[in-house]
Each structure stands twice: as structure tokens, then as C-alpha cells.
Design a protein around this ligand. Sequence first.
Ligand code: PLP
Length: 284
Amino acid sequence: RTVYVNGAYVPEEEARVSVFDRGFLFADGVYEVTSVLDGKLLDFHGHAARLERSLRELDMASPVTMDELLAIHRELVERNGVTEGMVYLQITRGAAADRDFVFPDPDKTPSTLVLFTQSKGLIDSAAARTGIRVISIDDIRWGRRDIKTVQLLYPSMGKMMAKKAGADDAWMVEDGVVTEGTSNNAYIVKGNKIITRHLGTEILHGITRAAVLKFARESQMEIEERPFTIEEAKAADEAFVTSASTFVTPVVAIDGVSLGDGTPGAVARRLREIYIDESRKAAI
Ligand code: PLP
């Protein structure tokens, strides 16, 4: 596989990043995951806009323009022959001479840019067919979850807690209400109303969330953006999650409580279909 590191396309075995890189030492970096269908990028501009916002919030500079970034995405997809899968992108604050909490001078320490691809079937997934089971866990992450940083230890631990409990993923709960999944946004459906937490610093502003809510509105579905409790979720008719790489995935159980008849709900299945059709048509 060919990967991209700081201006060069190299075989993955030859790719190098310094041990002093702040992404490695401090998780001082941001990332994006963009899906590929039919060899084309889904919602690239949405991901690029969120990346620019993440960088701005952390006073970090991008080493390339968003047009250059698009060209790099396309080049990697082409070189690696990706028809279905994803492109991962990471920008860190670079490798300063010494380990120091203070940010280095950006003129002396350029940021690090890394991209790689993963080929993977996205449309036909077991999770989409059968739905996933989630458990609830405390949300103990930091307070700026709207910035897509590479600090993913707790979400990773949450996923392990879910596996240990015989489930697939975890929904995080703070002040009694659900924030989001470990790597996705969370939704419940009650009486044809789609309920999902409003945007704020408590959750990541999902690019898939924005697209799915837009398509849902265009299909005259009713949407409420507000917090919901885990008890309300357990009593819902159905539930689902969204993310760039899993699209819309039905949730069939929460903390061992089956939703509806325990199979993927009609709203989730319909939204998955609409999302795939529409974003595929708009892919670049
Ligand atoms: N929430 C969290 C915590 C995530 O990590 C992700 C994706 O990685 C999402 C939500 C979904 O965002 P997107 O739809 O942009 O992939």
C-alpha cells in the first residue's frame, strides 16, 4: 500500500514520522475519515470544512490547501485501487526538538500530514443487516468533543467494555443524557419522530449526521434535536447510529433491552438506503 507522509507518496513500510512528533507524545493532532464508494469520495467538502474548524480551534496550521488535500485523497485512492473503503487523514503539530508542553513555533516546526487508505466493504455489512447491540457507559472524555482530535483512548476503552459485555459498541452518558457513541452519533425513534442530541461542544458534529438529517427533512420526517436519557432510549421504537464509515446502522438493543421486535427498525433502514443513494450520487 502507498501512504502519504509530508509531501511524499511512499510504500507503507518506508513511511516515517519522528518519535518527537506531538501527535505521538501528546495526542496533539486532528483527523478525518472520508468514505469511498465506486472509487469516489463521500462528502469530501464537509470533512474538509470540519478539518479546517478543528485546526482553527487548536491554533494549528494545515500544511496544504483543501484543494491540495482533495488531490492527495484522489491520488491515494487511485494508486491503491480503492473502490470501497476509506481515506484516513491526520495532521499533528509536528515534531519539536524537545518534548515540551508549550506549543512549538509553527514557523520552525511544520505540522505533520499523514494519509492512508483502507479497502473495506461498507454497503454490505453484518452490522447493517442485523443491527448492533450497545451498552451505556459514563462519558468521561474532555469537554471539547466538537474538535476531532486523535485522543481516542476512552472511546477505545468503551468499545472494549462493550465487547466484554457481549455487545458491539457503547453509548456515552453524561448528566443523565446520551451524548454519542464511541465513534458515531446516536439517535432514537419514537412514534416516527427522530430524536438526536443537539450540537454543542459535548459531541462531534458528524458529517453523516448533517447529511442524514437533511435527507430526513427532505423526506418529510420529523426531527427533534434535543438531549434524551438512556431510559427514554430503552423505551424507544428503534434506534440507530451514523458515521462516515458505517453510514446509518440500526441499534437493536441497549443495555440488554431489545428495541421493538429486536430487529433493525424501518426508519433506520430507510435512512440508510436514502443516505447511500444520495451521497453516492454526490460523490466526487
Ligand atoms: N462522534 C464521534 C465521537 C466520532 O468519532 C465520529 C466519527 O468518527 C462521529 C461522531 C461521526 O462523525 P462522522 O459522521 O463525521 O463520521
